[in-house]
Ligand binder design. Structure first.
Ligand code: HH2
Length: 268
C-alpha cells in the first residue's frame, strides 16, 4: 500500500466548522468530495477525512453530528476508488466509514478504546496509532515529560502490541506532533525519528501548518499565523522524509508532491 522510494502523501480533508487550517471550507459534501478528488489529482495517495477538530481547545462533537458530516463524503470518495482514511475516536463512526470502504482507521487517542481495536481488526483496516498527552481541550496547558522521545516511543510500541493482539495486521505509528507537546518536545521528537522507525512500523508525521512552526518563525508569544506556515511545513516534512517518515499528512498536497519529486531526483 505504501510507495517505495518516497513517503506517501495523505491529504487532510476536515468536514468541520472549526479545524485550525481548513475549518469551514468543506462543510458542503459536494465541495468536500471535489476537494478530495483534487487532492488525488495533485498526488495524494490517500485522503484523511475528519469530522471533529482536535485542535487545542476544541469542543467535542456528538456521534450523530460526526456521522452526518463524514459518512456521505467517505461513501462518495470510496465509490470513486479513492483510498480513504477516517480520522475518528468513535467506534460507531469508524464502523460506518470502514463499511463504506475506508481502509485506514486514524485514532488520535492511540487505540486505547478496545472497541476501536475490534472494529479495525474486523474490517482488516490499517490502524494509525497516534500519541497524545491529555485530551484536546486541555492538552497544551502544561505538557510535561521526563524523556519525551523514550516515553512516546514506548507508548507507541505498547499500543501497537495491543492493536495486533486484537487481530489488526497493518499498523502505522505517529508521534502526535502538537498533541500535548511544547515546541521543544516537537523538535526533540522530529530530531530523533530513528527511535520511531526502529519500532518497525511505518511512521506517519502530521505537522502540517501546526503552531510550533508558527512559533519557530515568529516567537512563542507571537507565532506566525496558520496561513504563513507553508514553507516551514515543507522544510520540516522533507526533513522527516529524509529521516524515514513513510507517510506525510498534509494540507497542501500539490506543493508536497512537487517538493517530493525534486527530493527524489536528488536521493534516487
Ligand atoms: N493532526 C490533526 C488531526 N489528526 N491525525 C494524525 N494521525 N496525526 C496528526 O498529526 C493529526 C491527526 C490536527 O490537524 P488538522 O486535522 O489539520 O486540524 P483539526 O484537528 O483542527 O481538524
Amino acid at each position: 500500500m505504501l510507495p517505495e522510494g518516497r513517503p506517501a502523501l495523505m491529504g487532510i480533508l476536515n468536514i468541520t466548522p472549526d479545524s485550525f487550517s481548513d475549518g469551514g471550507l468543506h462543510l458542503d459534501p459536494v465541495l468536500a468530495v471535489a476537494a478530495g478528488r483534487q487532492m488525488v489529482a495533485d498526488g495524494a495517495d490517500l485522503v484523511d477525512v475528519g469530522g471533529e477538530s482536535t485542535r487545542p481547545g476544541a469542543e467535542p462533537v456528538t456521534e450523530a453530528e460526526e456521522l452526518r458530516r463524514v459518512v456521505p463524503v467517505v461513501q462518495a470518495l470510496c465509490a470513486e476508488g479513492i483510498r480513504v482514511s477516517i480520522d475518528t475516536t468513535k467506534p460507531v463512526v469508524a464502523e460506518a466509514c470502514l463499511a463504506a470502504g475506508a481502509v485506514v482507521l486514524n485514532d488520535v487517542t492511540g487505540f486505547q478504546n478496545p472497541e476501536l481495536r475490534e472494529v479495525c481488526a474486523r474490517f482488516g483496516a490499517t490502524a494509525c496509532i497516534m500519541h497524545m498527552q491529555g485530551e484536546p481541550r486541555t492538552m497544551q496547558a502544561n505538557p510535561s515529560y521526563q524523556d519525551v522521545v523514550n516515553e512516546v516511543a514506548a507508548y507507541l510500541g505498547a499500543q501497537a502490541q495491543l492493536v495486533q493482539a486484537a487481530g489488526v495486521r497493518k499498523v502505522w505509528v505517529d508521534l502526535g506532533i502538537g498533541f500535548g507537546k511544547t515546541t521543544a518536545h516537537n523538535l526533540a521528537l522530529l530530531r530523533h525519528m530513528g527511535a520511531f522507525t526502529a519500532l518497525g512500523y511505518p511512521v506517519l508525521i502530521g505537522l502540517s501548518r501546526k503552531a510550533f512552526l508558527g512559533r519557530i518563525l515568529g516567537s512563542e508569544a507571537e507565532p506566525l499565523p496558520t496561513s504563513e506556515r507553508e514553507e516551514a511545513t515543507l522544510a520540516a516534512n522533507l526533513f522527516a522524509a529524509a529521516h524515514g517518515a513513510r507517510i506525510l499528512r498534509v494540507h497542501n498536497v500539490r506543493g508536497h508532491a512537487r517538493a517530493l519529486r525534486a527530493w527524489r531526483a536528488l536521493t534516487d
